[in-house]
Design a binder for this molecule. Structure first.
Ligand SMILES: *Cc1c(COP(=O)(O)O)cnc(C)c1O
Length: 489
């Protein structure tokens, strides 16, 4: 047996490369990533390929490994040169995610030290690091000391936790569930509907509140709906406000929504996954009046703090609302209760073992301080203003309302005499821009109309790429128009 153990030990030693081998591995990966960052400005924001990464299946997992150089080639071809390139400055679509270097190093470091961040007893430092970040965000939104929060994988899970808290706070079940009403903006993110269904709340009554001409929730319409629902014997339960919708970046009138929620004893949740960190700027302050009156709020540091994908946040004012779903006990963890100086993340979420998420956020904030984040966010607001102002100067371009944050919508309206379908034209325009790849724009449908979205949130998007975008839009709409006119002849 000893002989066998020794043999296995020798074979498993490959799992622990020595210093020289680590250096080789590290150099190869660092060289790759250095090249990636150094050439990011020349890379496409969107790759249109036939294979879309299917080459990965040519390399099934086997008993013995392959060369790292080969692995890097496989990666480049099947991951970095297909689909969307979110870290690229030309990525102006959907809601851009970040990928700041400090945060990536935090992930590298966290992967090596592998601090256990679920339970205080195991990782008191890791838990305190998360809690101090949560405290910082509580302060940003003037939440009380007793409020709690959790670093999640993203905004969807953070919204789910808020929905669970709202559900258990109102003790919804059976009859109360059928009578409960949730009120959203017509532009609420689809993850809220998903969260309700996951929380077994698919049967509650949904109300999509009409929007004003800035796509903000109309408070008068909300109040009318609530009165009608009450008259019909229903129970207003949850009001969801948006700080930045995904469609247009619209911000609901938060303070007024708080009044309505208070008057009707509803849980007031704010989905600020996209827009929340704009609170770090002077310019956006007006949108945040009244945030402290909400019961829960969701943020996405992997959007507004430019972290790589994988970090969302939920803040909940009343911890007891989360207890029903998330408090835990287990015999095999009995000793962990002896050292519990702070609340553990595992008490606030369905997760137990989880990535050590705090380091990827704490490291950049500590090393850089807040100033560059504030500057980048203010810059994105101004770039969007600039884009909005300049795109209007182009022939046949129609714009949506003045942007609240960093999303601007526009569409090309061809001369009606040409008999061109405007929706189809704009769809083709997005496709042409995508095929070009220097920038990437996405679209949305508003009341049956196809609108193109410009979103500045990638930390690498600066004035030059906005000018390039303006130029590409002119160029491609001209080509498209010419083609259509030729085809019509
Ligand atoms: C991105 C987003 C979400 C979902 O967050 P994920 O991090 O993608 O899970 C929810 N709401 C809004 C407004 C968003 O922009």
């Amino acid at each position: 047996m000893i002989k066998k153990i020794k043999e296995l030990e020798a074979a498993s030693k490959l799992l622990e490369p020595n210093a020289g081998e680590r250096e080789q591995l590290r150099d190869a990966v660092v060289n790759y990533t250095e090249n990636f960052i150094e050439t990011i400005g020349e890379q496409k924001a969107r790759y249109v390929t036939e294979h879309n990464g299917a080459g990965l299946y040519n390399y099934p997992i086997q008993e013995t490994g392959i060369d790292l150089d080969k692995v890097l080639d496989i990666y480049q071809e099947n991951l970095d040169e297909v689909g969307s390139n979110c870290p690229s400055p030309g990525y102006l679509a959907y809601i851009p995610g970040g990928s700041i270097y400090h945060s990536a190093l935090g992930d590298f470091w966290a992967g090596i030290s592998n601090r256990y961040s679920a339970v205080f007893h195991s990782g008191p430092g890791a838990v305190r690091m998360e809690n101090m970040l949560i405290d910082w965000m509580k302060d940003l939104f003037k939440y009380p000391k007793a409020a709690v929060g959790n670093l999640t994988s993203g905004g969807s899970i953070a919204n789910l936790l808020a929905v669970l808290a709202a559900r258990d706070n109102a003790k919804l079940s059976g009859e109360t569930l059928n009578k409960a009403v949730v009120y959203f903006s017509g532009q609420a993110h689809h993850c809220l509907d998903k969260a309700l269904r996951i929380a077994c709340l698919g049967e509650v009554n949904y109300r999509f509140v009409p929007l004003d001409d800035h796509y903000r929730m109309r408070v008068d319409a909300l109040e009318d709906m609530i009165q009608e629902d009450k008259a019909a014997g229903l129970e207003p339960w949850l009001l969801v406000g948006q700080i930045g919708t995904t469609d247009t970046g619209a911000v609901d009138p938060i303070n007024k929504l708080a009044d309505v929620a208070e008057a009707n004893k509803m849980w007031f949740h704010i989905d600020a996954a996209y827009g929340g960190f704009f609170t770090l700027t002077e310019e956006a302050q007006k949108h945040f009046a009244g945030v402290e009156r909400s019961d829960s709020i969701v943020l996405d540091p992997h959007k507004g703090l430019f972290l790589p994908f994988g970090t969302g946040v939920v803040l909940v004012k009343d911890k007891s609302a989360l207890d029903k779903s998330c408090s835990s006990k287990a015999n095999y963890m009995q000793d962990t209760k002896d050292l519990a100086e702070e609340l553990s993340p595992a008490e606030l979420s369905p997760e137990l073992s989880r990535p050590f998420r705090a380091l990827r956020m704490w490291l950049p904030l500590q090393i850089l301080g807040l100033a560059p984040f504030r500057a980048a966010l203010s810059e994105k607001l101004l770039l969007t203003k600039y884009f909005y102002q300049e795109i209007q100067k182009q022939d046949h371009i129609v714009v949506g309302p003045e942007p609240d944050l960093s999303v601007a919508i526009f569409r090309y309206e061809p001369d009606p005499q040409l008999g061109i379908d405007a929706n189809e034209f704009n769809k083709q325009l997005v496709k042409l821009i995508e095929e070009d790849g220097r920038i990437f724009l996405s679209s949305t449908n508003i009341d049956g109309q196809y609108w193109i979205r410009f979103v500045a949130l990638c930390f690498r998007s600066h004035l030059d790429i906005v000018d390039t975008a303006l130029q590409i839009i002119t160029e491609k709409s001209k080509i498209l128009l010419d083609n259509q006119q030729k085809a019509a002849v």
